[in-house]
Write a protein that binds this ligand. Structure first.
Ligand code: B12
Length: 208
């Protein structure tokens, strides 16, 4: 990871972030590695927000800097032939964070999955409808707010009540999500980044 990039992202120093992203790209560092450093920097932004060193305006700014930086990366791959099956994902209702979800969408598409992205603030009924319609093997739920963990739990429970839980693996992700969250909401797997998601889904597709 690039310490310079992590620090510049954490300090919201847009010029340095963009310069460093360009430099790393020129050195041949992969887009996913660059994103990892940006994600680490965003984690620090979050901590500073928690500690009241940063305010909402800085959170908004961090999203802008991150998006500018990812544009320089020119996307994290081209969508290939969708040979690995369907992956439905969305950010759970009451949560509008979408940067991580969008990265997962792009990386999954470039790894041969057909991705149905339901967007943000997605109600349970929309997940259920999409599972019935697209019959995915894996469903991904993004959640960045601890206050929304119960929404994820409710959504997974509803998938079960509809008799669909045995047909799909449920993968959850997002900054504050950990193994304990996974157990609490009854997810199959938690994914810390887009590469984990791809690895898990590929392994799952092969097994079946
Ligand atoms: C940017 C940001 C925002 C932006 C979001 C812009 C956008 N378009 O997404 C804005 C300003 C809108 C925002 C708003 C708020 N935010 Co905010 N935000 C962040 C911040 C700093 C970065 C998030 C981010 O984009 N990270 C970079 C991406 C690349 O990382 P990622 O999301 O983790 O995604 C990766 C993995 O997690 C995984 N992944 C992600 N999703 C998925 C999904 C699946 C299916 C899978 C498999 C994998 C996966 O793969 C991704 C790529 O590697 C985080 C801090 C943090 N530590 O995450 C706080 C944070 C999430 N926000 C927080 C808060 C409190 C809020 C607000 C409530 C603030 C307020 N007072 O209004 C609002 C809530 C709005 C709402 N209803 O959703 C808190 C949540 C605390 C908590 N305990 O719940 C955090 C943790 C900051 C903090 N430490 O206090 N926020």
């Amino acid at each position: 990871m690039s310490k310079k990039l992590i620090e510049a992202m954490a300090d919201l120093d847009e010029d340095v972030v963009l310069e460093e992203v360009k430099a790393l790209k020129e050195q041949g560092v992969s887009p996913l590695e660059i994103i990892e450093s940006l994600q680490e920097g965003m984690g620090i932004v979050g901590k500073r927000f928690e500690e009241k060193e940063y305010f909402l305006s800085e959170l908004i700014m961090s999203a802008e800097v991150f998006n500018e930086a990812s544009q320089l990366l020119g996307g994290v791959g081209q969508a290939g032939e969708a040979k690995n099956g369907v992956f439905v994902l969305g950010t759970i209702y009451d949560d509008i964070h979408d940067i991580g979800k969008n990265i997962v969408t792009t990386v999954m598409r470039s790894n041969g999955f057909e991705v149905i992205d339901l967007g943000v603030d997605v109600p349970t009924a929309k997940f259920i409808e999409a599972i019935k319609k697209h019959k995915p093997k894996v469903v991904g739920i993004s959640c960045l707010l601890t206050t929304c963990f119960d929404n994820v739990k409710e959504c997974i429970q509803a998938i079960e009540e509809e008799g669909l839980r045995n047909d799909v693996k449920v993968l959850i992700g997002g900054g504050p999500v950990d193994e304990a969250t996974g157990k609490y909401v009854n997810a199959d797997v938690i994914a810390k980044n887009a590469q984990n998601t791809v690895d898990y889904c590929k392994q799952f597709v092969e097994v079946n």
